[in-house]
Write a protein that binds this ligand. Structure first.
Ligand code: SAM
Length: 277
């Protein structure tokens, strides 16, 4: 199989042959350098027992690397019908190890489509990347891990620590449920066409014994929206819409100074606040 994939035409020919002119509305910035796609797939580790979901497979550069890395099966999701033709050529040499799912990743229920154990590897369309991440975090226990490319500014927010400008809702949601690591950057020139910004690959592994809990997830989202919605204000004021006249006493009860601001709190502080009835 490896020979068959390596004998496929170069990706640049594929996008020319199938006339896949990149569309901005679909966040299409393709990675055509197979050394880079191999580097991303390697971050995900041993794939031999894993069903891999790739969101936005495009012309299939990263898909090739995932298959070459020995994935048990690759489920390549793509919305653009022009790319589906290109992916079909790859599927034909995949020895039955690839399924193509034409559809909108925002609407798909991956749980129903892809058997466990599963992991996600993707160079995400940037316009919907954070929405997708939050969707997956809501049911994070379904995934062994996620290796995802974001624009660097978003990657920095996902991995940010308290008392920094980048620390916010996305940092707490991601670090509450996963161990996160910004692994490496990819410069804009590596993509076709080049985006305006640098990109970064982030690896997220769900914390051990994590149990999905939709009610808690929504509670945490509301708490973070309230706290960070007015991040310059002290929490005794910004959290009033949630805890009313009990705000100060509740903050003290969980060991948080009422004069702190949203970015002073650790992920653990938010978890304690969220767990209060
Ligand atoms: N994986 C390819 C690569 O690395 O070269 C393409 C990555 S490109 C940044 C993002 C891909 O996501 C595009 O192929 C685009 O058509 C696809 N896409 C955009 N919105 C999508 C959606 N809602 N559902 C599924 N795929 C989508």
């Amino acid at each position: 199989m490896i020979d068959d994939i390596e004998n496929l035409p170069p990706l640049r020919d594929i996008i020319n042959n199938y006339k896949v002119r990149a569309k901005k509305s679909l966040g299409q910035n393709f990675l055509l350098d197979l050394n880079l796609t191999a580097k991303i797939a390697n971050i995900a580790g041993d794939l031999t027992n894993l069903n891999i979901i790739e969101i936005g497979a495009g012309p299939g550069g990263l898909s090739r690397a995932i298959l070459l890395n020995g994935a048990k099966k690759l489920y390549a999701v793509e919305k653009d019908s022009r790319c589906i033709k290109a992916l079909t050529d790859l599927k034909q040499v995949s020895n039955g190890k690839m399924a193509i799912i034409e559809g909108d990743a925002l609407k798909l229920d991956l749980n129903k489509i892809v058997p466990t154990p599963k992991a996600i590897i993707a160079n995400l369309p940037y316009n919907i990347a954070t929405v997708l991440l939050l969707k997956w975090l809501k049911r994070v226990s379904e995934f062994e891990h996620m290796t995802l490319m974001f624009q660097k500014e978003v990657a920095l927010r996902i991995c940010a620590k308290p008392n920094s400008k980048a620390y916010g809702r996305l940092s707490v949601m991601a670090q509450w449920l996963c161990d996160v690591k910004l692994v490496f950057d990819i410069p804009a020139e590596a993509f076709t066409p080049p985006p305006k910004v640098t990109s970064s690959v982030v690896h997220l592994s769900p914390k051990e014994n994590i149990v999905d809990n939709q009610i808690n997830f929504e509670k945490m989202e509301k708490l973070l929206a309230t706290a960070f919605g007015q991040r310059r204000k002290m929490l005794r004021k910004s959290l009033k819409p949630l805890f009313l006249d009990k705000t100060e006493s509740i903050l003290k009860q969980v060991g948080i100074k009422p004069t702190s601001r949203a970015e002073d709190l650790s992920v653990g502080d938010y978890v304690r606040l969220c767990n209060l009835e």
